[in-house]
Structures are given as structure tokens and as C-alpha cells.
Design a protein around this ligand. Structure first.
Ligand code: BG6
Length: 468
């Protein structure tokens, strides 16, 4: 796609936080370096800390320089000249008035009405206040039409903490912004290997013709992390692993594996196909929760700053899911995620039917080594006919042509160029909560005891599988 031409300002609310430093500014810098940003572009930081423009720029510089190679450092100075800062307390309307003035000044200097992108890089509990203040000061109103002079807002997950709160947030957003102005992020959708699931399925008839219950017995979706929740205890303790990554990333992976082929690959149809699939998830009953879910916490978690000393928050879960659709009847989907598991592994494993011990496995390796492998059976060399398992593999970074795009780089680009394919619709969010809510309710009732596991061992993933 061509470089966007309309002048654009991105306002980062929560500009001094971790998300800005770790994801947003590095992604913008990559876009800048590849010449993908409009020629007239500005980044305006908005946060509580009393900083001058130069302090904010220095903060961004210190963070970016760590990642930059020699030639990149030269470009950094120019990139940082696009940065400025407007101090603001999220609850204070007058600070948004000042922000608006700053944006108007930039527009006046450019002599035109520019695009405005508001990125809510803040804890979700602050969303309502910020959204209301943006609207109260007219910052939700585009100064132009949908093509140029648009206003868009990016919200990060978690979107609500259950179906009820997600609906309330949706109502608020819907009152203040039009649906085509709202971009809800699930950064997993932007991962190269997740996009590759659709590419692989729908471009290889050999596989897609056999996609469904007749050929597939099991689908295992895993998100194992080495890291714990250090530094995020305050947020995580009220959330837990299932809400943190199950309600969004893992269910989206499931949707991509099982959704029907959309009529075309426009944002509208792809999102509708994901939504249809998510809506067909069987709502877990209490019996399902008892027999097909498992939750655990790693030893030492309760000493993490921000975690309660008697916390019952799960840092690991395994959950069985079923799809209410004849195509998938009887196929066992398992979602599994955990922190401090001794190994970082994000993958989707698709296991075929067949005599036990003679199945085929197709794996989408999301991370660390992005790729696709297929395990199959072949004759062992020799005079007798004996079988042995072999593997065909494709390593995305090694063998793929072209440069892979990082998650946030892709998402920001898509938002600027108005492509909602990799953003989650409000219907999808509700469907995902409908699946997750009964599990959390069951756990809160004590239907499934909280197990414990030793940090940094992947043992937890090997034991108890039979209970699912
Ligand atoms: C985030 C979760 O959404 O995803 C984190 O809040 C988790 O707890 C992260 O660590 C995993 O994302 P990635 O891209 O590192 O696999």
C-alpha cells in the first residue's frame, strides 16, 4: 500500500508508561525508518508527569537508542524532532482543553485539518474517564471526513473484566465514537504466524479439504512463558491468566484455526468469520468446568509486589473447548497458558485422527521459532517395511523472503491506513467473554481447586493432562 499522505498526529495517552516505551515508540520508529509514515507526522505525549518537550524526547531517545544500530541512530534524531509533550491528568478536563489547543496549533502551522489518532496506553480502569474527557472537549470529533482529517481511538486489551463490564465499556465507546473510529487491539492477531494460519489453510487445498472432525482429532493451543508477573502484580492479581491471555489471544488463535473461509479477505468478512466461530463455542457448563478445566499458581507468586498474600489468582490454566458445529463435533480443543513455565513456547498443534501412535501433527510455531512443521510417517530405509516418523519444516525467518513486520508496527500501520482486519470487533469480545465467564464463575465457586507448581519447570504441562 502507498505511504499515507494526509498529515497525522498520534496522541499517546499514558506516554510515560511501559507500553509506550516497549511497543509503541519502537514500532513508530520502524515505520518512520521504512518511510511508511506521512511526511507530516507528529507524536504528542500526554501523561501526568510534569515534563518539558525535551524531557519527553530524552526519555524516548534513551529507550530507543538501546535498540538502535549505528545507521538507525542517525535517523533517531530526526524522528525525535517529531515528539512533543502535553502534561495532563486523565480526570482533568482543562488538561484536555490544553491538549486540544496544542493539536490545533499544529494544524494551523500545517495549514490543514490533520488525522488524529488517540492511543489509550493506560490501565483499562482509566478508559471511561479518558473517553468522556476526550468527548467533552470535542477531541472525538474528526475535523474532516472519513478519508482525511479523521479521528480514531485505539484501546488495548483487556476490554472489560467480564461480559457485563465489556458491554458497559462498549456502550460508552459507542456513545462517544462511531464504530469505524474504534480500534480494539489484540496484538496476537498481528503476529506473522497467526496471519499465516489463514494463508496456509486457504491456499493449500491439500489441507483445507481435510480440515474438520473427519481428519482432525485434537487441537492444542499453547502460550507458555518463562517470565512471571514481576512488576505487574497490581494489575495481574485481579485478572489472572485466563482473562489476561485466554479470553483474547488463545481464543483468537482458536478462531483462526477453525473459522470458515470468508467470501473474501476484506476486514468485514474476516472479522465476521472469526465472530461466527467464536459464537459457536459451546458455553461451558458447571460439569465442563469441573471436568475440563485446570488452574494453578506458581510457588512464590504471592510474594510478588501487588499480589495478595492469600491470592487465589491462577498463573496457569488449561481449558477444554468444544465447537457447536457439525464440522467440528467431537474435536477436542485445549487452550493452555502459564507464567514461569521454564520454557517460552507459543504454538498451535493440530493432531490428525488415526491409529494411536500413527497420527500426523501439523504445528504452527508462533514463537520462538516461527514456522510450520508437519510430522508424518515414512518407510524406514532397508529391506523390511517398517515405519518411522519424519518431519517437514519451514522456518519463517530463515526461509521466508521479505522482512517480517513486528506486531505493533503492523497494527499502527493498519490503523493509520484504516484496515480493521487485525482488530477485534465488539461482537468477538462479547463472544469470548461468554465462553470465559462461566469458567471464572466456577473457579470462584471453588469447583476446581487451585493447584500449585514449581516455577521454571514445564512439568505442569505434562502432569494432569488426563484430567481434561
Ligand atoms: C499480553 C499479556 O497481552 O500478552 C501478558 O498481558 C503476556 O501477560 C503477553 O505476557 C504475551 O504476549 P507476547 O507477544 O509476548 O507473546
Amino acid at each position: 500500500m502507498d505511504k499515507p499522505k494526509i498529515p497525522t498526529i498520534i496522541v499517546i495517552l499514558g506516554a510515560t508508561g511501559d507500553l509506550t516505551a516497549q511497543k509503541i515508540t519502537p514500532a513508530l520508529f520502524n515505520l518512520y525508518r521504512s518511510g511508511s509514515l506521512p511526511r507530516m507526522f507528529r507524536v504528542v505525549g500526554f501523561a501526568r508527569r510534569g515534563l518539558q518537550d525535551r524531557n519527553f524526547t530524552a526519555m524516548a531517545a534513551a529507550n530507543l537508542i538501546k535498540r538502535a544500530s549505528g545507521p538507525e541512530r542517525k535517523e533517531l534524531k530526526k524522528f525525535l524532532s517529531l515528539f512533543s509533550y502535553s502534561q495532563g491528568f486523565f480526570e482533568k478536563k482543562s488538561d484536555y482543553v490544553r491538549l486540544k489547543k496544542r493539536l490545533d496549533e499544529i494544524d494551523r502551522a500545517w495549514g490543514m485539518c490533520s488525522n488524529k489518532l488517540f492511543y489509550l496506553a493506560v490501565p483499562p480502569r482509566l478508559y471511561p474517564e479518558i473517553l468522556k474527557n476526550l468527548a467533552a472537549t470535542g477531541l472525538n470529533e474528526p475535523c474532516g471526513g472519513p478519508e482525511s482529517g479523521w479521528t480514531r481511538v485505539i484501546v488495548e486489551k483487556p476490554f472489560g473484566s467480564d461480559l457485563k463490564s465489556a458491554k458497559a465499556l462498549d456502550v460508552l465507546l459507542g456513545r462517544l465514537f462511531a464504530e469505524n473510529q474504534i480500534y480494539r487491539i489484540d496484538h496476537y492477531l498481528a503476529k506473522e504466524m497467526l496471519q499465516n494460519i489463514l494463508a496456509f489453510r486457504f491456499s493449500n487445498t491439500l489441507f483445507e479439504a481435510n480440515w474438520g472432525k473427519d481428519s482432525i482429532a485434537e487441537v492444542n493451543i499453547r502460550l507458555w512463558e518463562i517470565l512471571g508477573v514481576e512488576g505487574r502484580g497490581g494489575f495481574y492479581d485481579g485478572v489472572g491468566a485466563l482473562r489476561d491471555v485466554g479470553q483474547n489471544h488463545l481464543l483468537q488463535m482458536l478462531a483462526l484455526v477453525a473459522m470458515e473461509r470468508p467470501k473474501d479477505f476484506t476486514a468485514k468478512r474476516v472479522r465476521a468469520a472469526r465472530l461466527n466461530l467464536l459464537r459457536s463455542l459451546k458455553t461451558p457448563t458447571e460439569r465442563d468446568v469441573k471436568t475440563r478445566t485446570f488452574r494453578a499458581q506458581y510457588d512464590g507468586y504471592r510474594s510478588v509486589v501487588g499480589a495478595a498474600s492469600d491470592s487465589e489468582t491462577e498463573t496457569y490454566f488449561r481449558v477444554g473447548a468444544e465447537i457447536n458445529d457439525p464440522k467440528w463435533r467431537g474435536v477436542q480443543f485445549t487452550l493452555e497458558a502459564g507464567k514461569r513455565l521454564g520454557k517460552s513456547l507459543k504454538e498451535i498443534e493440530i493432531i490428525s485422527r488415526g491409529e494411536s501412535g500413527k497420527r500426523n501433527t501439523l504445528t504452527f510455531h508462533v514463537e520462538p521459532k516461527e514456522g510450520i512443521t508437519i510430522r508424518f510417517w515414512a518407510k524406514k530405509p532397508g529391506r523390511t517395511v517398517e515405519l518411522e516418523e519424519r518431519k517437514l519444516g519451514f522456518n519463517f525467518r530463515k526461509h521466508g523472503k521479505g522482512k517480517p513486520a513486528e506486531d505493533y508496527e503492523k497494527l499502527l500501520w493498519d490503523c493509520i491506513t484504516d484496515d480493521q482486519t487485525l482488530f477485534v470487533s465488539s461482537g468477538e469480545i462479547k463472544a469470548m467473554w461468554k465462553f470465559v465467564d462461566p469458567i471464572i464463575a466456577g473457579w470462584q465457586k471453588g469447583l476446581v481447586p487451585l493447584a500449585r507448581y514449581k516455577p521454571d519447570s514445564s512439568k505442569i504441562t505434562k502432569s494432569d493432562t488426563s484430567s481434561l
